[in-house]
Structures are given as structure tokens and as C-alpha cells.
Design a protein around this ligand. Sequence first.
Ligand SMILES: C[S@@+](CC[C@H](N)C(=O)[O-])C[C@H]1O[C@@H](n2cnc3c(N)ncnc32)[C@H](O)[C@@H]1O
Ligand code: SF4
Length: 377
Amino acid sequence: MTATGIYVHWPYCSAICPYCDFNVYRARGADNARLLDAIVADLEAHAQRFGRREIVSIFLGGGTPSLLRGAEVERLIDSASRTFALNADCEITLEANPEDAHLFAEQAAAGVSRFSVGAQAFDNQALRALGRKHDAAASLHAVEAAAATGQRVSLDLIYAREGQGAEVWRRELSQALKLPVEHVSLYQLTIEPGTAFARRVDRGQLAPPVDELAAELYEATQEVCDAAGFPAYEISNHARAVSARSRHNALYWQSEDWIGVGPGAHGRLTHNSARIALEAQRRPADYIDAVRENGAGWISEAQLSGEEAGDEMLLMGLRIEEGVDVARVERVRGKPLNTPALNWLLKQGLVAQAAGRVRLTRSGRLLSNRIVAELAS
Ligand SMILES: C[S@@+](CC[C@H](N)C(=O)[O-])C[C@H]1O[C@@H](n2cnc3c(N)ncnc32)[C@H](O)[C@@H]1O
Ligand code: SF4
């Protein structure tokens, strides 16, 4: 059986944050039962089409899946377990907003083994500027409530926020790393097209982070995390130990297989030696209709060409500290990486090469997309 992960997209949020461009909808009046029914049926459709697989990870992401009650989370996990074979160590992550801390105990009892708490900041003014509905005390309480369940805890923070200098960020991050967490995901604020923040930038009401400051903040992030025993193992992810790394995200970074269910979810499955890309209907009502009419939620199923699969492997694999196995990438893409570009990048100290693998250096991590484009050209 092929080791596979399951990503479940729960698209509802109690409010939409002004920086977020994920596939999200206001939760008001949402019909959880109909969407849960559709997701359960979609899981079964995947098993019929792609076989009963061994599941090593389930990731309940969003949106805000922490709005789900324990019984609803349990239904999702049970259905994955009945439809597939859950590995004994299956990692079950729930992305959680601090406002939902009162539900963590029942969600853990339902089977969640890892909470990814969206604290985002520990400063009230910053949280207001990010349009968050919780304050810093609630972020702290949520981390403690997640830890009190006895399950693994990760923390998300957004930095390079408007007006945030390196010293302020260093202090905030140092405090965060003293909390009972084994893992942190640290994202620079990105101004995504189509968001309220992008409109504010267009109107001159919000200053986007400038490159020099972003680079300084990235460097500060690495220093503070290294000193606190949270080395980076991926561009934005830091863990106290190898065992604390996200096993689910490793499936994406290492181009392994995962099923995506729920509105707008993407999947990648190896089937009959082909790499298949699947994408589900985006709008919840359309997703529910698609499952009712076709028995499955995905609306597109395309076989990736060798070059597409190889380039994706390069893009994702260069994010992690181990980098990529060059022979594997070249075999999949059916052609070599650009050797002059690789030599130039090595000379510039942007990538390093050892034992058949190429990886980004610390300075290379800031330029990852451009480096991938050069190597794949
Ligand atoms: C889609 S959210 C879901 C988690 C949860 N709903 C929350 O808000 O905490 C996943 C993570 O993406 C990050 N994120 C979303 N939009 C971002 C942006 N424009 N810039 C940087 N990070 C972003 C946040 O740190 C967030 O925790
Ligand atoms: S950041 Fe989280 S809570 Fe805010 S809109 Fe995006 S998914 Fe929802």
C-alpha cells in the first residue's frame, strides 16, 4: 500500500482576515452536516478510484477547522479510518484559531494528536492591525490549552508586519519560543492580490514590507530560533527536534502522495506509475453538489508530464534543509538541471551540493523561487 496523507479543507471562518487569500467563507449559517457528508463521500470516492492506502497523516486545515465540535472531528477521522488504513503513528493535525481553545480538549479526545495554533502575534496592536478577533492573552491561553491536552503543539506567527522592526520581532519571537510548543511556523506577511490588505496598499494606506527589512527580519528569525534550540528545517518552519517536524508537510516537500478533500482542496496521487493532480470544486455549495451529482468532489484530474512533476519536486524539495536528490529530480523530469546555472549558484553560495543532493544555503532561502526558475530553465 502506498503511504499517503489526507488533507481536509474546512473553508469556514468566523471572520475573514484582511491579509488572507485562502479559499475561505464566513461561517455564519454554514451547514456543517452537508459539507461533512460530502467530504466523507469524497474520501470513499478516492479509495474506489485510487485504492485503499496506508494513511500516515491527516491534516484538518482551513479556513478554521477548530470551529468543528469534537463529534464532527471524530466523524472525519473515523471515516478516514474506515475507508483507508490509518498507520498506528498517524499524525492528525488540526489548524486552530485561539478563540476555539474551549474546544481543544474534545478535539483531542476525538483523535487530534497535533494542534497548529494560529497565534499570529503576541501584541494587541499588531493583532488588531491584522484584523484578528483575539487578543494576545487569548493567543497565550490557546497555546496553553493545546499543551494541556497532552498532544503536540505548533504555533504560527506572522512577521514583517507594518511598523515592526527587528528588535521588536526578536523580543516577541524569543518570548514565543519559551511557550510549551515543539514547533513554530513563521511567515513573513505577504500582500496577496485581491485581499483587503492589497487594496489598502493600492490606496497608499498600508506600506508593504521592503526587501531589506524583510531580509533583516528573516536573519533575525534564524538567529533567535537557533539560539532557542528551534533550528529551521524548512524555509518557514522550525522544530525543537526531528520528531517534532510536521510529517504532513513532509509529504508535500518530498513529493509523496496526498488526497485532498473539501472545497478547493488539491491532491497529488501516484497511480499506475503516473503522477495525478486533482483539484476540488472551490465553493462549498458547488463541492456539495459535485459530490451529490458525480459521487466525488474533484473537478479536475490531470496527469502531470514528467517535466511538470520534476519541476514541482525541485520547487518543493528545495524548501527543506536536506534539499533534493538530483538524480531523482532529473529522472522524473526527463532532463538534467541547468548545469551552468547550478555552477553559478554554487559559486555565489546560494546553493550547496553534497552526496548527490542540492540544497539552498541560508542566503539562498531568501531567493528560492528565482533559484528554482534558474535550475529548471
Ligand atoms: C490559512 S491559515 C489557517 C489557520 C487559521 N485559520 C488561522 O488563521 O490561524 C494558515 C496560516 O497561514 C498564514 N498566512 C495566511 N495568510 C498569510 C499572509 N498573507 N502572509 C503570511 N502568512 C499568512 C498564517 O500564519 C496562518 O496561520
Ligand atoms: S487567516 Fe485563518 S481565520 Fe483568517 S481568514 Fe484566513 S483561514 Fe480564516
